[in-house]
Design a protein around this ligand. Structure first.
Ligand code: GDP
Ligand code: IMO
Ligand code: MG
Length: 420
């Protein structure tokens, strides 16, 4: 059996949660492989909005296992809140959720370090979600981290205190005001609750499932342009967000990767600092934000908006080996008579489809062409000619087929495109 992958091709918030929830019905296991509660994945089920941060987006589907893989970083406080919220709504989380022992834990002091580091950066801050992601991955690669499996070990408190002491020293260097006591109390209470969840050994769990013929869907967080290696560094997150991370984040071999389904909005957004060549800092961008409801699912921050960026999307298709595309939020372009598509970048006196090594220090001028928009696409399965022309253009530019177009936030608001 192969593992299919769903991931974002832009700077996050492409609508991954909605698509994973829709497709989860066809799989046995839905697995998050990286990131942490910096993610906010929104699902609308029977008109009710749900936002998931750490729990995979298959949790609403009966009979499915949702797996938090070793590549994920977990904040016990956020995770327990998520579980309690879902349980209040009658979702039997305990029976549907399993967690890798190797997933690293976000400590309260990691969150303080995130805030202190951003504060010290001043105007050049990353625009982090302040969930402690960067410091936690730093401790993971620095070989200091605490892992989920540690919570049931005898020396857990000793390990915790050691790491906290290191953080307190670092915080002194930042000269940053903080109070850990309240958060620490909540954190330890949450850890107690997490002890009741099912812990698994990544490699055996996932490979035995594959051997038994279970169908697995890997759910990405963030987007390819936020990847630690290939994104708009240093304005990125601290994990690999691309398809390669499915192997390291779940413990499977590359030979088990099946379809790589890349999600892109019909336009583009970014939240936080960093390069965004096709950004619209005018009334058109503001209209996209208002009509598209472009406010962060995790932090509530207004998202920066612009036209779709095809050089960046092409780059993302290359790194991920995307086999199918899904376009979301096509309905938002209903409200525009025409819309732009960035086809090239101009920098260093040349026009090119290639991204520069250092996007931060290049003045990039986007080349934009315009497409006529469509009227209403609310009706199921009705694809206006203008939308088909746009899909056709994207397919040719990216040399990849578009499998679905999403035309609303609801689970069923999707048009599947037949093979042309
Ligand atoms: P994710 O992080 O990739 O899961 O995306 P977010 O949940 O952060 O942001 C996507 C937003 O767009 C959410 O509010 C979704 O409910 C919404 N959404 C997803 N697909 C569509 C769509 O096709 N049309 C509209 N109007 N909204 C959508
Ligand atoms: P989902 O999964 C959009 C951005 C932050 C910031 C940068 C680093 O919902 O698509 P971090 O907290 O990771 O250190 O922040 O990355 N960022 C996201 N932007 N969607 C996300 O997740 C994001 N997760 C992180 O805004 O610019
Ligand atoms: Mg999101």
């Amino acid at each position: 059996m192969l593992v299919d992958v769903i991931l974002g091709l832009q700077w996050g918030d492409e609508g991954k949660g909605k698509i994973v929830d829709y497709l989860a019905d066809k799989y046995d296991i839905i697995a998050r492989f990286q990131g942490g509660p910096n993610a906010g994945h929104t699902l609308y089920i029977d008109g009710v909005k749900h936002v998931l941060h750490t729990i995979p987006s298959g949790i609403f589907r009966k009979g499915k296992i949702n797996y938090i893989g070793n590549g994920v970083v977990i904040d016990p406080i956020t995770l327990v809140k998520e579980i309690e919220n879902l349980e209040k709504q009658g979702v039997p989380v305990q029976e549907r959720l399993v967690i890798s022992k190797r997933a690293n834990l976000i400590l309260p002091s990691h969150k303080m370090l995130d805030a202190a580091s951003e504060n010290a950066k001043g105007a050049s801050k990353i625009g982090s979600t302040l969930k402690g992601i960067g410091p936690t991955y730093m401790d993971k690669t620095g070989r200091n981290g605490l892992r989920f499996g540690d919570i049931i070990e005898e020396d857990f408190i000793v390990k915790y205190e050691l790491l906290k002491a290191k953080h307190l020293q670092l915080l002194q260097m930042y000269n940053f005001d903080f109070d850990l006591n309240e958060m620490e109390k909540e954190w330890f209470e949450a850890v107690e609750k997490l002890k009741t969840l099912k812990q698994v050994e990544s490699v055996y769990f996932i490979n035995e499932a594959l051997k038994k013929g279970k169908k697995i869907l890997a759910e990405g967080a963030q987007g390819s342009m936020l990847d630690i290696d290939f994104g708009t560094y240093p304005f990125v997150t601290s994990s690999n967000t691309i398809s390669a991370a499915v192997c390291t984040g779940l413990g499977i071999s590359p030979k088990h990767i099946g379809e790589v389904i890349g999600i892109t909005k019909a336009y583009c957004t970014r939240v936080g600092s960093g390069p965004f060549p096709s950004e619209l800092e005018d009334e058109v961008g503001e209209k996209l934000r208002q009509v598209g409801g472009e406010f962060g699912a995790t932090t509530g921050r207004p998202r920066r908006c612009g036209w779709i960026d095809l050089p960046a999307l092409n780059y993302a298709c290359l790194i991920n080996g995307v086999t199918k595309l899904i376009i979301t939020k096509a309905d938002i372009l209903n409200s525009f008579e025409e819309f732009g598509v960035c086809t090239h970048y101009a920098y260093d006196n040349k026009e090119t489809k290639d991204l520069p090594y250092d996007m931060v220090n290049r003045k990039i001028k986007p080349t934009t062409i315009y497409f006529k928009s469509w009227g209403n696409i609310d009706a199921q399965q009705a694809m206006p000619a203008e939308l088909l022309a746009y899909v056709d253009y994207l397919e040719k530019y990216l040399n990849t087929k578009v499998a679905m177009v999403s035309n609303g936030p609801g689970r069923e608001q999707l048009i599947e495109l037949a093979d042309k």
